[in-house]
Unconditional design. Structure first.
Length: 526
C-alpha cells in the first residue's frame, strides 16, 4: 500500500506526463524482455506444429500421442518433457493437436508439461536447487497433469475426428515447402493473437506492481505465500530456464518451497494467452473448470510440499530479488525513466538475443509473403497431391518417418543446446571475470545503476558455471558449490547495501565479493 501511495503522490507532482512516463518505461523494458526471452521458443513451437501437420498428418499424430490407448496421458507428459518450448511456444502445438483430433486430456497433459520442463531447464534445476526437490517437483507435476488430463477425458469426452482443414503433405519438394509454409503461416494466424494476448497481459500485470513489492512475499513464515504466488504467477509469462533459476534463488534465500512450486507450475506452465485458447477451443465452462482445478490442485500440493522439502541449514534472508522481474523495473521517484528504459531494453536485447527475434521476424515476413499466393492457389490441396516416382533411385520416405526423425532430432538438439548454453568452465570463467570486475568497479565508484545491471549477470553466470561442470563431470563438488553460493550471497548483500544507499559498507562488501570470486575461481581450477 505504501508503494502504491508513493507512486500516486509522485505522479501527482509530475502530472499526466509523469504517469505516462512511469508506465511506458515499464512497458518498454518488460515487453522487450518477454519478446527476447520467448522468440526462439515460439519459432520452435511453430516448427514442431508444422511437422505434425505436414509430415505426420492427423492419423499419425493421434497415434503418436496414444489416442485410443490408455497411454495418451503418459505420452503427452513424456513428449512435453522432451520438446523445447515455453508457455507461449506451446500454443501453436496444442492448436495443431486439437486440429488433428488428439484427445483433450492428452492435450492438457502435453500443454501443461511442455512449458515446465525440457533438458536445459531440468539440468539447470538439478544443479541450482536441491535435486530431491526438483525430482519431487517433477513427480508432482506429473500427478497434476495426469489428474487433470484424466478428469478432462471423463468429464468432457470429445470425438477424435480431425478438423476438415487438417491434411498430410505428399512426398518430395511439396512436403518441404509445406513445412516452411505452415511454420511461417502459424505466425499470421489466430496463433499469434493468443501469443500477443499472453505477452500483453504479462507485461501489463508486471508494470502495475511497484518495484520491490514482491521481495518479502514468499518468506517461509507467511502462510499465504504458496497461494499468493499461484494467483500472481498464473497470468505472467516465464521461460522454463528462468523459472528454474528463480527456484534456485528461492531455495538459496530460504523462501517458501510451496511458493517455489506454485511459481514453477503456474509461472512457467501457463499464461493468459494459453488459457484463452482453451476457452476458444473447448468453451468457457470447460476452460474455467480446468483453470480453477489446476490452481486448486497446485496450491494444495504446494502446501503439502512446503515444510517437508524445506532445506536444512538455510536461514531466511527476509527478502529476495527473484521476483523483481515480475514487477515494475523502476522506482516512481527515479529520473529519466523512459530514456533509461530504451537503453536498458537495447542492452538486454544485445546480451540475451542470439538470433531468436530476427528468426521470428523473418518467419512473420515469409508468412505475409505467402498470403497473396493463397488467394490464387489452394496450397493445402497442392501439397496433398501425390506424384509418380521419377526413377528407381527416387525413394519415398513416409512422412511419419521424417516427422519422428525430426522430433527426435529436436530432442537431441535441445540436449546439445544445453551444452552450448552451459559452456565448459574454461570458456565461461573469462566472461565471469570480466563481468565481475565491472560489478566491483561499479560498487566502489558508488554507481548504483551499474551494480543493479551487473549483479544479476554475475549471479546467472555463476549458476551456469555449476551446470556446465555438472554436464561434463556428472557432479559438482560440495566445495565448489558452497563457494558459488557464497559468491551469490555476497553479491546480494552488496546490491542490498547499494539499494539502501549504505555507502559506508560498500568498500568492505566489494572486497568480500572479490574474495568470494577468488575462492570460487580456485575451487573450479582444482
Amino acid at each position: 500500500m505504501d508503494d502504491r501511495k508513493s507512486i500516486r503522490e509522485s505522479c501527482k507532482r509530475k502530472g499526466t506526463q509523469g504517469v505516462i512516463d512511469y508506465y511506458l518505461s515499464g512497458v518498454v523494458l518488460r515487453s522487450t524482455q518477454v519478446i527476447v526471452d520467448s522468440a526462439i521458443w515460439i519459432a520452435v513451437g511453430c516448427f514442431i506444429a508444422s511437422v505434425f501437420r505436414t509430415m505426420l498428418g492427423p492419423e499419425k499424430t493421434r497415434a503418436l500421442f496414444g489416442t485410443g490407448t490408455p497411454f495418451g496421458l503418459v505420452l503427452g507428459w513424456l513428449f512435453g518433457m522432451l520438446l523445447p518450448v515455453c508457455s507461449l511456444g506451446v500454443i501453436p502445438i496444442v492448436r495443431e493437436l486439437h486440429r488433428s483430433g488428439v484427445k483433450g486430456g492428452t492435450i492438457v497433459s502435453f500443454g501443461l508439461t511442455a512449458p515446465l520442463f525440457n533438458p536445459m531447464s531440468f539440468l539447470y534445476g538439478l544443479t541450482m536447487a536441491d535435486p530431491v526437490a526438483i525430482l519431487v517437483f517433477t513427480f508432482a507435476a506429473f500427478i497434476i497433469v495426469s489428474l487433470l488430463g484424466l478428469l478432462w477425458d471423463i468429464w468432457f469426452p470429445q470425438p477424435i475426428d480431425a478438423r476438415e482443414d487438417a491434411f498430410e503433405a505428399a512426398f518430395g519438394l511439396r512436403r518441404s515447402i509445406a513445412l516452411i509454409h505452415n511454420t511461417c503461416r502459424s505466425l499470421i494466424s489466430p496463433t499469434i493473437t493468443f501469443i500477443l494476448i499472453g505477452v500483453i497481459c504479462s507485461v501489463m500485470l508486471t508494470v502495475s506492481v511497484p518495484k520491490g513489492a514482491m521481495q518479502a512475499e514468499a518468506e517461509p513464515d507467511k502462510i499465504y505465500a504458496p497461494a499468493l504466488m499461484a494467483f500472481f504467477m498464473t497470468p505472467i509469462y516465464a521461460t522454463p530456464v528462468q523459472a528454474m533459476g528463480q527456484i534456485g534463488s528461492m531455495v538459496q534465500h530460504g523462501n517458501s518451497i510451496g511458493a517455489a512450486f506454485s511459481l514453477l507450475i503456474l509461472g512457467a506452465g501457463t499464461n493468459l494467452g494459453l488459457l484463452l485458447w482453451f476457452v476458444v477451443a473447448f468453451g468457457y465452462k470447460r476452460a474455467l473448470t480446468f483453470t480453477l482445478f489446476l490452481i486448486l490442485v497446485t496450491v494444495a500440493l504446494a502446501y503439502c510440499l512446503d515444510k517437508p522439502l524445506y532445506p536444512k541449514g538455510v536461514h531466511p534472508t527476509g527478502h529476495t530479488h527473484a521476483f523483481d522481474i515480475y514487477t515494475h523495473p523502476y522506482e516512481s521517484s527515479s529520473q529519466g525513466r523512459l530514456e533509461k528504459a530504451y537503453d536498458d531494453a537495447a542492452e538486454f536485447k544485445k546480451e540475451n538475443d542470439h538470433g531468436g527475434v530476427v528468426l521470428l521476424l523473418f518467419l512473420v515476413c515469409c508468412g505475409v509473403c505467402f498470403l497473396p499466393l493463397e488467394r490464387f492457389i489452394d496450397l493445402n490441396a497442392w501439397y496433398a497431391q501425390t506424384r509418380p516416382k521419377q526413377s528407381r533411385f527416387d525413394r519415398v520416405i513416409p512422412g511419419w518417418v521424417l516427422g519422428l526423425i525430426t522430433v527426435i532430432g529436436l530432442v537431441f538438439a535441445s540436449i546439445g543446446g544445453a551444452y552450448l548454453y552451459y559452456p565448459p568452465p574454461k570458456q565461461l570463467m573469462p566472461d565471469l571475470f570480466a563481468i565481475h570486475t565491472e560489478c566491483v568497479i561499479a560498487a566502489k565508484t558508488k554507481d548504483w545503476e551499474g551494480v543493479r545491471k551487473w549483479v544479476p549477470i554475475c549471479d546467472d553466470l555463476s549458476r551456469r558455471l555449476e551446470v556446465g561442470i555438472f554436464l561434463r563431470e556428472g557432479k559438482v563438488s560440495e566445495f565448489c558449490s558452497a563457494n558459488a553460493e557464497n559468491y551469490r550471497e555476497t553479491l546480494d548483500e552488496m546490491r542490498d547495501a547499494m539499494e539502501e544507499r549504505h555507502y559506508g559498507e560498500i568498500q568492505g562488501l566489494a572486497s568480500e565479493v572479490s574474495a568470494a570470486y577468488m575462492r570460487l575461481s580456485n575451487s573450479v581450477n582444482k
